[in-house]
Design a protein around this ligand. Structure first.
Ligand code: 13P
Length: 251
């Protein structure tokens, strides 16, 4: 049985004071949660403060990106070893904002995935199609290419120690959510694709949905058989919303 997982992606938001307020409100709310894993992925500079705030709680933390390179002359980059210094458990790789705004292609994302995993971090691999791609019937092809780049570099077995997040680009920050049936259909496609290589890995890998998840639509999404939780953007910045979404993921 796969555990449900809800991850907040704070994106480039917050400051020291606001983050502390947010976590102070989330922590007590998280204490009553059962059978679900919660985490927040925060901007790099706040990792020490977030680690300090969360270290004795049930909430895990992580980063939103990582370098594909080893330590060295890469100005402005952050290496996996640095994330380990702050006990990160998760790192998001290949978010659509990184792909579209910062030029990360499938191969770069796969390298980041591999680097994170070889250091013992759990990569959260984001995949998803744009509206234009969906409208011309390319959804499965796009997602297949995104997954294949990782499988080619690391092997399908590596997906056991990872999380996949299906985030349709047209649903991110738009208030437009994929219907539970639309999301389920893509999640089932992802799982069946992995099953062709390894049925056990396919049965165990957590596949999250992301894109305008709110307290009001989370239960219907999480009730779908192949949706194992959510990757939450905007709503993760509001403690009540985030805790409600986590509660909706409880069995
Ligand atoms: O991109 C997302 C999470 O990574 C989703 O963002 P929103 O929940 O704000 O749509």
């Amino acid at each position: 049985m796969r555990a449900k997982l809800v991850v907040g992606n704070w994106k480039m938001n917050g400051n020291l004071v606001q983050n502390q307020e947010l976590l102070t409100a989330i922590i007590p709310g998280s204490e009553g949660l059962r059978d679900i894993i919660c985490a927040v992925c925060v901007p790099y500079p706040y990792l020490p403060a977030v680690q300090l705030a969360l270290k004795d709680t049930h909430i895990f933390w992580g980063a939103q990106n990582v370098s594909q390179f080893d330590l060295g002359a890469y100005t402005g980059e952050v290496a996996v070893e640095m994330l380990l210094d702050f006990d990160c458990r998760y790192v998001i790789v290949g978010h659509s904002e990184r792909r579209s705004l910062f030029g990360e292609d499938n191969h770069t994302v796969a390298e980041k995935f591999k680097k994170a995993q070889s250091a013992g971090l759990i990569p959260i691999l984001c995949v998803g199609e744009t509206l234009a791609q969906r409208e011309i019937g390319e959804t499965e092809r796009v997602i297949e290419e995104q997954l294949d780049a990782v499988i080619k570099l690391t092997g399908a077995n590596s997906l056991t120690q990872s999380v996949i997040a299906y985030e349709p680009v047209w649903a991110i920050g738009t208030g437009r959510t994929a219907t539970p049936a639309q999301a389920q259909s893509v999640h089932a496609f992802i799982r069946s694709k992995i099953a062709k290589q390894n049925t056990e890995v396919a049965a165990n890998v957590q596949i999250l949905y992301g894109g305008s998840v709110k307290a009001g639509n989370a239960s219907d999404l999480f009730a779908m058989p192949d949706i194992d939780g959510g990757l939450i953007g905007g709503a993760s910045l509001n403690a009540n919303e985030f805790i409600s979404i986590c509660s909706a993921a409880q069995r």
